[in-house]
Design a protein around this ligand. Structure first.
Ligand code: GTP
Ligand code: MG
Length: 168
């Protein structure tokens, strides 16, 4: 009986909890797989995605969270707009295509610049390391390659995802 009442109280408490709005910003180099990631979150196919020109805004509901994701274009000329979204962001998702070893230096510089931005200070960072299966890349840890100094003030979570290439 007591546990039934406790369950009811918990349920009522949850029911009365206000909906929380969270804004996330997803950044990373062009072709890293940002839009594909967002498509995946939405349960859509990540294939045949066009490069993002500017940004796209995605609204999702996750439990009691109303989540807005700003998927920002990663092209060199578009990166200048990223900072305009930092202030309203609760946290940042930085996507890395770890198979693109030739652009690792550019990735490192770009990530360091993002993490050093004053409006990012203290905000949670999720680094998504995407690995294309067909390459020989063995899962090097991207976060370790980045200067750890700007990361130290941010709650930091790395994750890995495998890009599922279509079999020819
Ligand atoms: N099949 C498959 N293709 C993927 C996957 N992830 C990314 N791609 C492809 O890789 C290319 C680049 O992915 P995007 O998600 O457009 O990359 P982006 O980071 O949004 O690039 P910009 O918008 O230019 O900044 C696209 O052609 C995608 O279809 C995946 O998991 N599976
Ligand atoms: Mg995109």
């Amino acid at each position: 009986m007591f546990s039934l009442m406790a369950n009811c109280c918990n349920w009522l408490k949850r029911w009365r909890e206000p909906v929380r709005k969270v804004t996330l910003v997803i950044v990373g180099l062009d072709n890293a797989g940002k839009t594909a990631t967002v498509k995946g979150i939405q349960g859509e196919s990540p294939e045949d995605v066009a490069p993002t020109v500017g940004f796209s805004k995605i609204d999702l509901k996750q439990g009691r969270f109303e989540v807005t994701i700003f998927d920002l274009g990663g092209g060199k000329r578009i990166r200048g707009i990223w900072k305009n979204y930092y202030a309203e962001a609760y946290g940042i998702i930085f996507v890395v295509d770890s198979s693109d070893t030739e652009r690792m230096e550019e990735t490192k510089e770009t990530m360091t610049e993002v993490l050093r931005h004053p409006r990012i200070s203290g905000k949670p960072i999720l680094v998504e390391q995407r690995e294309r299966k067909e390459t020989e890349f063995g899962g090097r840890s991207i976060p370790n390659e980045v200067d750890s100094e700007p990361i130290s003030s941010n709650p930091f979570q790395p994750i890995s995802t495998v890009i599922t290439e279509k079999k020819q």
